[in-house]
Design a protein. Structure first.
Length: 294
């Protein structure tokens, strides 16, 4: 007996009773995308067995298969869209380099005003590292957990540099803006870095709900009623929007991003801009370059 797959191109043969292994797998899928997904392919094969053994009406089988293919293509499109939006989240891109074909960011010639923001290190430090980050970005977490402790010990706590934290919540992360507001509310209560550590120490992928933020505030010793009044009242929203506007002006659209330069009074004179997760060594080299003006 001879029959053809859905594509109708390659004959398949079976002798005697139905044999699962005689199915031409490629002919049973309407597009190559299905063949790249084992789960989808197994599901399609299961439907195929039912169809060819008479347990599923062929018309219904075709409709079901079309629906599965449509859903999978939507998922594939969503993955591609995510890749486009997060393309600036490239790890360890040294200054002056290109990353994934993107040109280097242009270092601004005008000084960047230093406004009220969370800082780590001494105000007398000659070099400033301005970090644009958010609390749902996996690369930001990687920097906070793996690179920041060493950089803090070698450069911030020794007075060589000061880190200034600026918010850049990406729209692809639904809770990032709320988390940024919460961190700013904590800053008003002198608890920014406690909230920073609490947010990055939570299990990856955990939603940042209002209830979760309330729990974080309580766990780090903040005054919960005051914290909640700030968060629910949107009192820190302007600061987050201000940081977003600065990032856009600098051309920084992904996280983490770093601007390194010399302190000039109440301003930062930028020397270099860095994309992606930076190792302590990379940032150390940028600090040294800022000191020499190169």
């Amino acid at each position: 007996m001879e029959y053809r797959g859905i594509g109708g191109s390659t004959p398949c043969r079976r002798e005697g009773k139905f044999n699962f292994l005689t199915i031409c797998r490629e002919d049973l899928v309407p597009c190559k995308f299905l063949a790249t997904c084992p789960f989808a392919l197994d599901f399609v094969l299961h439907l195929s067995i039912l169809a060819f053994t008479g347990q599923l009406h062929m018309a219904r089988f075709r409709r079901t298969l079309d629906l599965v293919a449509t859903i999978l293509m939507i998922v594939a499109s969503a993955v591609m869209l995510y890749a486009v939006w997060s393309k600036n989240e490239a790890p360890d891109s040294p200054p002056g380099s290109t990353s994934r074909g993107r040109p280097s960011l242009v270092v601004p010639t005008e000084p960047i005003p230093l406004v009220k923001s969370a800082t780590f290190g001494f105000d007398s430090a000659p070099v400033i590292v301005m970090l644009f980050s958010e609390f749902e970005c996996p690369f930001c977490r990687k920097f906070a957990v793996e690179s920041f402790p060493q950089f803090k010990a070698e450069y911030l706590e020794t007075g060589k540099a000061q880190l200034v934290f600026r918010h850049l919540p990406l729209r692809i992360h639904p809770d990032a803006f709320r988390a940024a507001e919460a961190a700013e509310c904590a800053r008003r209560m002198d608890g920014f870095w406690l909230m920073h550590d609490a947010l990055f120490s939570r299990p990856e992928g955990t939603a940042v709900s209002v209830e979760a933020l309330t729990g974080f505030a309580k766990s780090v010793g903040l005054r919960v009623p005051e914290f909640m009044a700030c968060l629910s009242g949107g009192l820190s929203r302007a600061e987050v929007k201000r940081d977003e506007a600065l990032a856009a002006k600098l051309g920084i659209i992904g996280t983490p991003g770093f601007v390194v330069g010399r302190r000039e009074g109440s301003s930062l004179r930028a020397v270099s801009i860095h994309r992606g997760v930076q190792s302590p060594g990379n940032l150390g080299a940028a600090v040294a370059a800022a000191l020499t003006g190169k």
